[in-house]
Structures are given as C-alpha cells and as structure tokens.
Write a protein that binds this ligand. Sequence first.
Ligand code: 6PG
Length: 481
Amino acid sequence: RKAQIGVTGLAVMGRNLARNFARNGYTVAVHNRTYGRTRELVEQFGGEGDFVPAASSEEFVAALERPRRVLVMVKAGAPTDAVIEEFAALLEPGDVIIDGGNAHFEDTRRREAALRERGLHFVGAGVSGGEEGALHGPSIMPGGPPESYESLGPMLERIAARAPDGTPCTAHVGPDGAGHFVKMVHNGIEYADMQLIAEAYQLLRDVAGYSPAEIADIFGRWNEGRLESYLIEITAEVLRHTDAATGRPFVDVVADRAEQKGTGRWTVQTALGLGTPVPGIAEAVFARSLSGHAELRAAAAALPGPQTRDGGGRMAPDEAAAFAERVERSLYASKIISYAQGWDMMRAGSEEYGWHLDLSATAAIWRAGCIIRAGFLDRIRGAFTNDPWLPSLLADPAFAKELGEAQQAWRDVVAAAAAGGVPAPGMAGALAYYDALRSDRLPAALLQGQRDFFGAHTYQRTDREGTFHTLWAEDRSEVRA
Ligand code: 6PG
C-alpha cells in the first residue's frame, strides 16, 4: 500500500498532524531524523489509522504515491533548508514539498523559486492552532503554486477545522510565500489581541480593584458577547487557576517577563518595510520586550507614580461594574483597530508581491482552528465580502458604528489608565490611531516644515499643485523645487 501523504519531523506538531491525517482515513508515511520518535508514534498511536513508518528518507519517499506529498515539520531556518534539500534530491517533477512550520515568508519565496526550477512544487503553509489544533483541526494557510492545491487541497480540507457554517478553515491563499505571510500577520494580530486582553485585565485589577477570580468571571461573561473568542476564553481559565504549591492565583506566581519566538517581530519588521502603520502590533511586541528588560525596570522602579485617590484600593461595586463595562468597549474598539491594521498589511503585502490575496477568504479560514478564532472573524469576512475594496475595516459601516458607540468609553478608560499609572500602550495607541485617521489636519504639516527648514526636503501645498521649498536662511520666499 502507498501513502497519500508523508510527514517528516515528528515533534509534537508533526506528530499531531500525521495523526490527524491518519484519523481522517489517509495512509500516512512517517519519518524522523532519529527513528525512535517514528517508532514511538506508531507504538502509541498506530491504532488510530494507517501509518507507514520509514527508517530512512529513501524508504519514506518510496512509500509515497505520486505525485508525492511531503509535509516537513521541522524547526524554521537552517534545519528546514537541510530537510528540504535532503528530500528534493529524492523527489521527481510534480511532487510537492509542504513546509508547515513558522517559516519567514521571504525564506518561503526563496525556497519556492529554487524548487520550481527543479520542477517541484513547494507549498509554504501556515498552520495555526497549536498542538490541539494540529490534532483536531487547525486553520491552514497554504501558499505556493495554485496547481499544488489541486492534489493537496482536498486533503487539507479534510483535516482542517470547520467554521460554524461547516466550511473548512483552509484555502489556497496565494502564490509562493503568501501562506506564510498571512500566517505571520495572524501571529501579529495574535500578539495585539493578547496585549489588549492583558491591559484590560490589569485595568480591572489595578483601577477597579477586582481579584483575578472576579476578572475571570468578567471575561467569562464577555466571552458570551461580541468579544467571544478562544483567547478571551483561555484568559478566563488562566485567571481562575490557583497555584497548587502556594494557593495563590496562578497569575501572581508567574514571572512577568513575556517571551516570543519571533513571528510578531517579523510582522512589525515587514510592516516597516511595506510602510504600513501597524502600531497595535508594534506596541504588543515592544510590551513583551519591555517586560523582559529587568535592568531597565530595576532602574526605573523607584520613579513616582500618580497619587491615586484614597491610595488606590477597590472601587465601590457599582462604580467598578460601570468601569468594567467601559473596559469592554475599550477592548472591543481597540481590537477592531488591530485587526484593521492586520488587514491593511495583508493588502499591502498582496500589492507588493502580486499575490491577489482574497481578504474575505483570510477572515473565513480564521473563523475556527487558529489561535485568534472568534465569531468576530465572520464579521470581517462579511465586511470584505460586501466590499472587497474596503480601504480599511474602519470604513465598514457596521464597524464604524461600533467604534462611534465605543469611543467615549474608550477615551475614559485610556484616561483612567494614565491617571492610575497603569500602562495601556495597546489601548492608548489604538485610540491615537483612530483619532489620527479621522483627523482633518495632522501635525505632519509641521513636520514637513521642519524637514524643509533643516534639509530643504521640500513640501506640497494644500492649495496648489507642485513641490515647493522655502528659502529659510534667506528672505523666506517660496520657490518651486
Ligand atoms: C499559532 C501560534 C503559534 C505560535 C505560538 C507562540 O497560530 O498556533 O501563533 O504558531 O508559534 O503561539 O508564539 P510566540 O512564542 O511568538 O508567542
């Protein structure tokens, strides 16, 4: 019997994807650098489906039906290159190599171009949903040549999560690196979402005076409304959890230094290159890095904070409940802003690389399976279905209306954060973005004047076409540049 798919790299993500394929009725060839892992997989989970364990890459390739489909699940970077090279040498034209790791999309573009030369199809596929998602149904974002999707797509559709309307959470995203680009933006949005939720928690705790368990209940309630999402749900779980060793809230015993594997950073670096403003994602990445700088934090630890009313403490119950309501609005509005920035970035990437991304389809395949899954994504899908040329999510009538309704509470919360000395860079930055975009005049005009003054960098006028320069050091008359 021949295997319809092969998975090489059997760490937890690879193993769970292999099991997912097998549980869905596919014969799956499995391979790992060290055979022990392969044997272990078959011993532990062999009963779940049809696995063909391969001890060598040659045996692995020989076990596959043609066109061969090889899913590579190894560490991004050099290990991925090494494994691709190892298998490319054994494959034949028309065969497909899929990289399901978190590769940088520029690496994917390079690999795709190189393998195309050799007649092989290379699919960089973003896979989201963590270990559980890989096993029970992830969101899958495959890029690469469209023809590769003909043979691969139906298999991915079988193992992917399903949106509430029953559609599989996968689709061909676009050529070459489009899949990994979109996954990268997903992670940038994931960072922003997590940061905003974390800020909401700290405001509820330090301004309203709620306990972690009470905040868990608040998040639990929010999860039944428009904020319903996997991240809000797990936030409630984490906040409700008590540390067994100390009996204290778990969140109080975890070191407050956030780590990152780097995909959020890539998103921001890429956005800088594309010239797309994604301050919500950037603030989230910087908030993580700030938290890890013990020496900076120690140096500033003695600086004074605000003189809080009554020395801080709990708000009266009614006041706290009203504040929580405003935090919900602020969180929701800020969330719209960070998703708007993520979609701007996908549009910019699509134009830069000629991918023709379908912005509505991206929202559709994130409705289930991935870390940012939420009912909210269906609304974004709807916004871009109604108007594929929507210039910004903020321009969608439904989202615009909600922002309008939330904005006063949002201002109050950002003001309360500043007054209370609670850092809320995500919410404050999101509000600044909202205000900047809706501004009729920005101080960018003054910046242009400064640039022209010190560097003769020129400017345009509001009332006439052309490029101008003021002779600042002379008689300050204006000349055409
Ligand atoms: C997903 C996640 C995943 C990511 C981890 C950790 O979509 O399943 O985005 O791919 O690697 O969540 O990311 P950080 O270590 O950067 O927080």
